[in-house]
Each structure stands twice: as structure tokens, then as C-alpha cells.
Design a protein around this ligand. Structure first.
Ligand SMILES: *[C@@H]1O[C@H](CO)[C@@H](O)[C@H](O)[C@H]1NC(C)=O
Length: 277
């Protein structure tokens, strides 16, 4: 029942490191081709179905990755992903936004591979309610000046409000959209004890729907006036009552770890925990 991909959502910035939860939404016009918006940056990426789908592969020599041609200053980024099948312990599939560089901001979905029949939870705070390896599911990251929302199949699973005025870090630099399949056997499964079984290689993860709902910001800084403008639909997104209920249900049932409730580790809860309530 627990033999599922799990994912870790994390926001990294110079001021905070959070290990949180998972996902995106279907409101975006979905079927742009890969080549319009993305470019292969590493390893072996196979284009399928006239560029409407790509397959990342990983073998003993390398993983693979692609990223957006542009950087963005706000947007709603989503991707339909089918993860590598079972027995992918140590294999990490990632979909994230990153500003790159030393003190970069990062918003990610990271799916940690599993061993057959063995539910493994490490660095994990969310278990999905389906097997993400049997079919495509849509994962999304909404990022605007007010909030960051992670969606899985249109259900918000993580909301991070912009509380910069209270000193809580918030992404402030242009970010690139990246997807990758890589060797994470040093930590991903069983605390790094379960290594990749290469007899199951090559590992493959498939991606579809390369949405382009973002405000391009290819310079060093984001023009807040432009990328925060209400003419972009993602800057006016408010969760409906239905979405809020779905969010609460999903968190109650599937979140396996919440650092905001981890009192032994964080006797004083990080500021954003209070502010996000
Ligand atoms: C890898 O998988 C094969 C096939 O299931 C199995 O026979 C072998 O013992 C596995 N190797 C390791 C190191 O677990």
C-alpha cells in the first residue's frame, strides 16, 4: 500500500532549508511541445510522439536532465510525469525551479525510488495516494509574489506564503525549470543503505505537457512590476473553498512528516510555521 514514490518538497535559500511536501494543476494550456520551451542539458533524453513526450534515462554511466530555455520571475509550472517502475531504489526523479548559484532558491518535487515491496520513508514528508510509476500524474508549482503552492493532480498539497516582511526567505531571483533523473543512492533510499540494483537499468522516467505559463525574466533580477502584474492569471490565483478542503484532507492523510510539528528538532518552530497557519 505504501509502495509508492514519495517526494520531498524543499525550498532552499540562503536563509532557510525546509524538507516538506509535494505538487500542480491542469488549468494551463497543456500540450506545448518540448522543443519550444526546453532543451536537453545532460545525458540521454529520448523524444517521443513528435516532441510531446520525452523520456529521461539513467544507466551506470550517467543520468539525464532537461531545463527551460528561459528563466522566470513568476508562473505556474507543471509537468505530467510517470516515474521509473519499482525496484528503482536510489534513483531520484526531480522536477524543480532553481535560481542556480551558491545561495540559490529552489522549489522542488523530488521522488525517491523504492525497493520492491518495501515502503521506505526517508527525507520524506509525503506519501502519494496513487502509484506514480503506473501512470502519468500532473505535478505543479505555482509561484507568484504572494504564495508558492505545490499541486498534485490539481490538489494543493503545500502552501508557502510570502512572509518576507517578517524576515522569512522567499525566492527573489529568476528561476529555471529543471527536470532530472539521477543517482541518489548515497541518501535516497533507506538512508543511503539500499544501493541501485543495476540489473534493472536503464531506469526511465517520462514527461509530458511542457507548459509555458511563466513570466520570462532572463536578466539578473526580476522586474517585480512586470512579473507581479495581474495581467498574468497565475498572479491572481486564490484557493477555492473546495481546494482548501482538499488541501486539509490530503495533509491529514498523507503527510508523514511536518517539520513545523517536529518539536524535538525545532523546539522553537521556524517563523514561517506560525505565519503560514
Ligand atoms: C538485483 O535484482 C536481481 C533481480 O531481481 C536479483 O537477482 C539480485 O539479487 C539483485 N541484486 C542485489 C545486489 O540486490
Amino acid at each position: 500500500m505504501n509502495k509508492r514514490g514519495e517526494y520531498v518538497f524543499s525550498i532552499f535559500s540562503s536563509v532557510l532549508v525546509l524538507f516538506l511536501i509535494a505538487t500542480v494543476d491542469a488549468r494551463v494550456p497543456g500540450s506545448q511541445g518540448f522543443d519550444e520551451n526546453y532543451v536537453v542539458t545532460w545525458g540521454n533524453v529520448l523524444k517521443l510522439n513528435q516532441g510531446r513526450e520525452v523520456q529521461l534515462t539513467m544507466d551506470q554511466t550517467a543520468g539525464s536532465a532537461f531545463e527551460s530555455k528561459h528563466k522566470f520571475g513568476s508562473g505556474f509550472f507543471q509537468m505530467s510525469i510517470k516515474l521509473p517502475p519499482k525496484d528503482s531504489a536510489g534513483v531520484v526523479t526531480a522536477f524543480y525551479l532553481t535560481s542556480k548559484g551558491d545561495t540559490h532558491d529552489e522549489l522542488d518535487f523530488e521522488f525517491l525510488g523504492d525497493t520492491e515491496g518495501k515502503p521506505i520513508q526517508i527525507q520524506t514528508n509525503f506519501v502519494l495516494w496513487f502509484d506514480p510509476a503506473t501512470d502519468f500524474h500532473t505535478y505543479g508549482i505555482l509561484w507568484n509574489p504572494y504564495q508558492i503552492v505545490f499541486y498534485v493532480d490539481e490538489i494543493p498539497i503545500r502552501i508557502f506564503k510570502n512572509n518576507e516582511k517578517y524576515g522569512v526567505g522567499y525566492p527573489s531571483k529568476p528561476m529555471t525549470v529543471v527536470a532530472s533523473l539521477w543517482n541518489g543512492e548515497g541518501w535516497a533510499t533507506d538512508g543511503g543503505k539500499t544501493k541501485i540494483n543495476w540489473s534493472f537499468a536503464p531506469f526511465k522516467a517520462n514527461f509530458q505537457r511542457f507548459s509555458d505559463s511563466g513570466c520570462q525574466a532572463d536578466g539578473q533580477n526580476i522586474d517585480a512590476k512586470v512579473c507581479g502584474s495581474t495581467t498574468y492569471w497565475w498572479n491572481t490565483v486564490r484557493l477555492s473553498a473546495k481546494e482548501t478542503t482538499a488541501f486539509e484532507n490530503v495533509r491529514a492523510k498523507y503527510m508523514t512528516y511536518d517539520y513545523c510539528s517536529d518539536h524535538p528538532r525545532y523546539p522553537v518552530p521556524p517563523a514561517e510555521c506560525r505565519l503560514n497557519q
